[in-house]
Each structure stands twice: as structure tokens, then as C-alpha cells.
Design a protein around this ligand. Structure first.
Ligand code: ZN
Length: 285
């Protein structure tokens, strides 16, 4: 059985409006309070996965070491001073070198930023990197319209780690027993949702299934179809993905694990005649 421990790799803030796209501030600010810069608190949650065979994987790796950002960048993102990921891994008796695999849902700065240091050295020297082939193409394909989504630091990291990257085709089965990368286009065209069959959630126990939905559902406030980030490069596909997967999550009891929620790591959802989908249970660790 794969054991999942959610970890806060970093905390930062993003513009609240950008996190909720078309939703007016009068609505989203009732759900989550912005600070004086109109920014809302976000956790970069990553998943430490103890695989059945004893190897250790991370799903996403967060923003990276704040020391690798310029002062201006740290200020813009209100990035936490301290790099929380190594400290959290240390509490599990692990160092960065003990990570055997990094499974990336998508390659934006706050999910793949920790792959390499500013000087290009790999942060996880023994890790193989798993990424949907479609997302690798988004990041390195050179589309000038995506230059903001995949900044130079990320592109350089992916290029320098090329030999260790396993581009995952969509027809591919389990990347590890009980773990699959499912296409979850919308936030980015190549995004994957990471699906776990019967995992153990730390502090909770075994659940039927769990899915780390990336930024197609970054927080528990993103259940409604149009509650989606303004960063989505294919917004209608985000909604189509929710329409496909939320009924399954509700019917099959799949736990939705949340990448940026500042208070819970996961939720279970149910259909609601008025509000489309609502949460019926929460998981925090
Ligand atoms: Zn994100």
C-alpha cells in the first residue's frame, strides 16, 4: 500500500482575483480573506509517498528554496522566508537525497520550482522525474504565448534534468503500482492529476482512492465550475475536467487532495442541486 503524507513545501500569497478568475471579489472574499495587497495565503502542498517497495516519491516539489529567489520575487509572491520542505522531510527521517522520484502534476513555478537550485544543481540528486509528455512539450515547446507559465528557471531545470525525466504518455498505465497520471488539462494543457488506488493517508488510514487534482481544483473553494484560476491557459477544459471527474469523486468516494488550500489537505464532495458540488468531509494533516 502506498502511504501519503501531505507536506507544506512553501507558503506564499497570490492575488485573490487571479486565483478566482471570473468570480467577483464580493463573492470570493467571503470565502477567503485577502490581505492589504489583495493577496490570499496559499500552501504549496506536496505529497510524500512511501511506495509499496520502500522507495520514496514526492508529488510536486513546491516553489524551491526562497534563497534562490531575488528579493523582488520573494516580495511579489510574499514567499515564506524559510524553506519548509527539507525541514518537513527531516521530521520523517529523510533528506532531499532520499527522494527516488518526483512526480510532477504540472511544471509551473510553484509546483516544479524546487527541481534545481539557482545555480542549476539538482535538489533531488537521486530522483527520476515523471511528467506527462504533453506537459513537457508545453514547457519546452517554445510557444511564446506560454513564456509566463514556464519561466526560464523552470525550462533550464527541465533541460538539465532531461536524462532523468520520464515523459509519461497518456496511454501509460500505473507509473508505480497503484499510482497513475491522468490527463487533467485546463490549468495547463499538459497537466496531470495524480490518482492513487487505495492509499493510506497519514493520520487518517486507508481510503478507497485519492486524487491530487493540481490547479484544476487548487482549494476547497474551487468546486464550482467557474471558480477557476485566471492562470488557466485552457479555461473551458478546466470546467470540462470538473464535469467529468467531480461526479466520479462524489460517487466513488475519491478524496480530492488540494494543492494550495491554506487550511485542509483534502475533501470529499457530493453533488448539490444549488451549488453544483459541496464538501462533505475534510482531511487535514
Ligand atoms: Zn499552483
Amino acid at each position: 500500500m502506498n502511504r501519503i503524507t501531505p507536506i507544506t513545501a512553501n507558503t506564499f500569497r497570490s492575488d485573490g482575483g487571479a486565483m478566482f478568475g471570473l468570480v467577483p471579489k464580493v463573492l470570493w472574499s467571503r470565502l477567503i480573506e485577502p490581505n492589504e495587497n489583495n493577496a490570499i495565503l496559499q500552501r504549496a502542498t506536496v505529497l510524500l509517498v512511501e511506495l509499496e517497495d520502500g522507495r520514496k516519491a514526492l508529488v510536486d516539489c513546491g516553489c524551491g528554496d526562497p534563497a534562490d529567489f531575488s528579493e523582488r520575487e520573494r516580495k511579489i509572491h510574499e514567499l515564506d522566508e524559510e524553506w519548509l520542505l527539507p525541514k518537513a522531510l527531516a521530521t520523517q527521517g529523510l533528506g532531499l537525497e532520499d527522494i527516488d522520484a518526483v512526480i510532477l502534476g504540472h511544471a509551473h513555478w510553484d509546483h516544479a520550482g524546487a527541481l534545481c537550485r539557482a545555480d542549476g544543481a539538482p535538489q533531488f540528486p537521486n530522483a527520476d522525474i515523471y511528467l506527462r509528455a504533453a506537459e513537457l512539450e508545453c514547457a519546452l515547446g517554445g510557444d511564446p504565448l506560454l513564456y509566463k507559465s514556464y519561466p526560464e528557471k523552470i525550462r533550464n531545470s527541465l533541460r538539465s534534468l532531461r536524462e532523468r525525466i520520464h515523459p509519461v504518455a497518456d496511454a501509460f498505465g500505473d507509473i508505480f503500482p497503484g499510482i497513475r497520471m491522468l490527463p487533467a488539462p485546463g490549468h495547463s494543457a499538459g497537466q496531470a492529476a495524480i490518482y492513487f488506488e487505495q492509499p493510506e493517508l497519514a493520520g487518517k488510514g486507508t481510503v478507497p482512492a485519492a486524487m491530487f487534482a493540481g490547479d484544476n481544483c487548487p482549494s476547497r473553494h474551487h468546486l464550482r465550475m467557474v471558480f477557476q484560476t485566471a492562470y488557466d491557459t485552457e479555461p473551458l477544459r478546466t470546467r470540462a475536467w470538473k464535469r467529468e471527474w467531480f461526479p466520479r469523486c462524489a460517487e466513488e468516494g475519491i478524496w480530492l487532495l488540494l494543492t494550495h488550500d491554506s487550511s485542509v489537505r483534502g475533501i470529499q464532495i457530493a453533488a448539490d442541486p444549488k451549488r453544483e458540488y459541496v464538501e462533505i468531509d475534510q482531511y487535514e494533516f
